[in-house]
Design a binder for this molecule. Structure first.
Ligand code: ZN
Length: 135
């Protein structure tokens, strides 16, 4: 049976085939990569960050800033691309962020830190995103 590349997996087993084990753990099981381990922590390249699971555009590179927290951080998104869900795991109340298109885990969003004028920090796993550099 032919599968179009734009077709999203419908089961976790299908995701498992499409993603590496590390990507699967973060994107589909809400894992967190170790701080400072991700490939995009210090990236300054211009372009667009996309969901590594489905390819949806999520963050323009000009929303990325140095948060010194060990994960890529963004203070804005492409409108409608990221959804927020209250996460009460680990004895904390945090706001999880997921790709609005494929429901894959990206990281968490924090507000009230005033790291940038937008007062928002999307703390995203490098394993959840993929940078397409500007042509
Ligand atoms: Zn996605």
């Amino acid at each position: 049976m032919a599968t179009e590349e734009t077709t999203l997996p419908t089961t976790e087993n299908e995701w498992k085939v499409r993603l590496t084990p590390a990507e699967f753990r973060v994107l589909r099981q809400a894992g967190t990569e170790p701080a400072w381990s991700g490939e995009y922590v210090d990236t300054k390249t211009e372009g667009t960050y996309q969901c590594r699971a489905c390819g949806a555009d999520l963050y323009p590179s000009d929303t990325k800033f140095d948060s010194h927290c060990g994960w890529p951080s963004f203070d804005d998104t492409i409108p409608g691309s990221v959804k927020e869900i209250v996460d009460r795991s680990h004895g904390m109340e945090r706001t999880e962020i997921r790709c609005a298109r494929c429901d894959s885990h990206l990281g968490h969003v924090f507000r009230g830190e005033w790291m940038t004028d937008k007062n928002t920090r999307h703390c995203v796993n490098s394993l959840s995103i993929k940078l397409t550099p500007k042509a």
